[in-house]
Design a protein around this ligand. Structure first.
Ligand code: ADP
Length: 261
């Protein structure tokens, strides 16, 4: 194994389940500005990891590298042992990754049902023995969305409903990995707690490996199996919410997490 393998394994800790996602020494600069300086991360199958860090610390950039929207300058990303991102171009069919950007990016001209159905292939429906209508109902139920909303357009929905539609659309293609960028940022405090609970339940039921990015420390600490703290372009700490909160790796991390309470 390379040193990057070792650091990712060490970072994962002894209790981690099978590592489903392995980010190894990812470096990314924009022009002369380094953003990621060697990010390593290991994520167990079916678990949720929250990446926290101050605004501008490179959280979105990391998600975009994992999703394949940005090519890293160095390092690699392995999913199920297969390289999905690296210095060499990896074609889209080599990865089945659901990415939900901060604003959800719903298609404004399509109905709710049209948006969610966008990710469904005829082949997958046939293999699952389900009609389109049945699969849509399943997905509505999975994200706790009322089926009555099917014909509405995104601008006729609340922020929370829009985020659930975006999640259903990403889940429709049964991704190997789900990436969520600030999934609850558009919501007011009351709705955020309710939506957070619904999404946590959904992810647990779907059993999908998830990496989410948030600047909300309390969200990370309450929501995730594992928390990664990004600072100065590296993962300064990776561990269970309890360990990261109770034994922060350094003063800066302690101060950052201290904002949560
Ligand atoms: P975060 O999600 O933690 O707020 P980002 O990953 O969005 O951080 O951004 C990290 C840094 O990289 C910021 O300084 C941002 O301005 C810069 N950056 C992000 N994307 C680009 C880009 N496409 N071109 C140039 N700079 C970028």
């Amino acid at each position: 194994p390379t040193p990057a393998d070792d650091s990712a394994r060490l970072a994962a800790g002894p209790q981690s389940r099978e590592n489903h996602l392995l980010v190894q020494g990812v470096v990314k600069s924009f022009g002369t500005v380094p953003v990621l300086r060697g990010v390593s991360l290991a994520v167990g199958k079916g678990t949720t990891t929250a990446i926290v860090g101050p605004s501008g610390s490179g959280k979105t950039t990391l998600l975009r590298v994992i999703a394949g929207f940005e090519v890293p300058d160095a390092g690699s990303v392995l999913l199920n042992g297969q390289m999905v991102a690296g210095a060499a171009f990896v074609p889209a069919h080599r990865r089945n990754i659901g990415y939900v950007p901060q604003d959800g990016a719903l298609f404004p001209h399509l109905s709710v049902a049209g948006n969610i159905a966008f990710g469904l292939s005829r082949k997958a429906l046939k293999a699952g023995g389900l009609s389109l209508a049945d699969r849509l109902l399943e997905l509505f139920e999975l994200v706790s969305l009322e089926p009555e909303l099917a014909a509405r357009r995104p601008d006729e929905l609340s922020g929370g409903q829009q985020q659930r539609v975006a999640l259903a659309r990403a889940l429709a293609r049964e991704p190997d990995l789900l990436l969520l960028d600030e999934p609850f940022s558009a919501l007011d405090a009351g709705l955020r707690t309710a939506t957070r609970k619904a999404v946590a339940k959904t992810l647990a039921r779907a059993g999908v490996t998830t990496v989410l990015v948030t600047h909300d420390q309390s969200e990370a600490l309450s929501f995730a199996d594992q928390v990664g703290v990004i600072r100065d372009g590296v993962v300064a700490q990776l561990g269970s919410p309890f360990v990261v909160y109770s034994r922060p790796v350094d003063l800066q991390t302690a101060e950052f997490l201290g904002d949560a309470v």
